[in-house]
Design a protein around this ligand. Sequence first.
Ligand code: C5P
Ligand code: MG
Length: 152
Amino acid sequence: MRIGYGEDSHLLVPGRPLVLCGLPLPSDRGPKAHSDGDAALHALADALLSAYGLGDIGTLFPDTEARWEGVRSTVILEEALKRVKVQGGRLLQVSLVLILDRPKISPHRQALQENLAQLLGLSPDRVGLSFKTSEGLAPDHLQARAVVLVGP
Ligand code: C5P
Ligand code: MG
């Protein structure tokens, strides 16, 4: 068995789309990023790579290479899943915490959980999602923290 942990954060700015767990959500602001800024998928991809000592997203997709500019987060996640598979690993479970003061995303919990389960090839009961505000400590931040469990 292996575990991996990953994090990501982005600044939330007006007029950008908010995409989390691969799902567009209603919001008047979104992450400032080259890509879609899906912090959830970025944290999960880093956690998957971490489980096998494979570095992080930047190792796979160097931002010094123009061809990776704006690469979709689903592509990043798929690549990390592929690397785990190559190592003989199988993703068993994920636990994800999303921290943002607004918008409120709990109304979309089921859709987020189902979409993420589908992207990861897991049943929804193996996808734990928690949402937190920063209690005003970081009102313009989006943060994601992810743990993965990988088995043989
Ligand atoms: O951070 P706090 O404990 O105040 O969060 C209270 C509730 O609000 C939690 O149940 C969480 O699921 C929800 N929440 C949310 N959207 C956010 C932050 C928190 O739905 N952006
Ligand atoms: Mg609280």
